[in-house]
Design a protein around this ligand. Structure first.
Ligand SMILES: Nc1ncnc2c1ncn2[C@@H]1O[C@H](COP(=O)(O)OP(=O)(O)O)[C@@H](O)[C@H]1O
Ligand SMILES: [Mg+2]
Length: 278
């Protein structure tokens, strides 16, 4: 078990001073009208800094997907504000990419895997067609799919499709990547590999990521900071830095005292919510 002090990152890392690229202020969201309205988000208030990997963890049905859609400018807010790089979000902002939970519906089935990644670059303007193709091939290689460029999404496994979707999101050169339970549908072994792949890609491309998950272990393992959401109408009830050095390790990180303490705190908070009356 690795528990040396060197494995813990200093508390004042680069992220502590990096500027906020996403600021969510008192966001509320109800779905439906009048007496049938369902209050999904009560009061979400947090920021994400440039270069951070932030996890949003909360119970199923608490409003995680709704919140992500609001941040991506795909749902109008009922109250509060979202700003991205200082500008208010009132539609899908250029510079934000989303990886949806349901990869089978997010990839274009009539395009090859390579063409799906190229599709992610359609708004990139300073690169010619040949350079785009090279970059798309490089991205597919970085997610381990060089041998599947010409295959169609429906010809490869679920985990591979989600890797194509991640490569496509990276291809758009977005400053912020929003990921909605991207690993929920893959088996445990693939899931662990893809957590490490996400961390490696985030480091390689200095990608700011906000990952939504209901899996507490996953949330703590990948993140620089964990935001814990309450039940519906949801709000952020904890904002916990994860001062564990990177690269993370599936065995050693998960045995580390700091990891176990944070996991304990998050699980205790979530269990307390379950037992509290609504
Ligand atoms: N379009 C919709 N119409 C009605 N209810 C919805 C709609 N979208 C979500 N909900 C409800 O809002 C709540 C939060 O949903 P969601 O954001 O998908 O939660 P999560 O992603 O945390 O599981 C759920 O109770 C869900 O049934
Ligand atoms: Mg969801």
């Amino acid at each position: 078990m690795a528990s040396g002090a060197a494995f813990v990152a200093p508390p004042t890392g680069a992220h502590a001073v990096a500027p906020a690229i996403l600021a969510v202020r008192h966001l509320a969201k109800s779905i439906g009208d009048g007496s049938a309205a369902l209050k999904v988000i009560g009061d979400a208030d947090f920021i994400v800094r440039e270069g951070e990997f932030v996890s949003l963890v909360g119970p199923s049905g608490c409003g995680k997907t709704t919140l992500l859609m609001c941040l991506a400018g795909l749902f109008p807010l009922s109250a509060g504000s979202v700003s991205f790089v200082g500008a208010p979000v009132d539609g899908p902002p250029p510079g934000v990419a989303v990886v949806f939970q349901d990869y089978s519906r997010s990839l274009l089935p009539w395009k090859s895997n390579l063409d799906n990644v190229l599709f992610g670059m359609r708004r990139v303007e300073d690169t010619d067609a040949r350079q785009k193709r090279e970059r798309a091939r490089e991205l597919l290689a970085s997610v381990g799919l060089s041998d599947f460029e010409r295959h169609y999404p429906w010809q490869v496994s679920g985990g591979m499709q989600q890797r194509v979707a991640i490569a496509r999101a990276l291809a758009s050169r977005s400053r912020l990547l929003l990921l909605d339970e991207p690993l929920a549908a893959v088996d445990a072994q693939t899931r662990a590999e893809m957590q490490d792949l996400l961390l490696e890609l985030a480091a390689r491309y200095r990608q700011t990521c906000l990952l939504v998950t209901h899996d507490v272990d996953e949330a703590v393992y990948v993140a620089d900071r964990v935001l814990v959401l309450s039940r519906r109408p949801t709000r952020v009830i904890e904002d916990i830095p994860v001062p564990l050095a990177k690269p993370r390790d599936q065995i050693e990180t998960r045995e580390h005292r700091v990891y176990l303490e944070i996991r304990h705190t998050v699980l205790t908070r979530i269990r307390a919510m379950k037992h509290a009356s609504p």
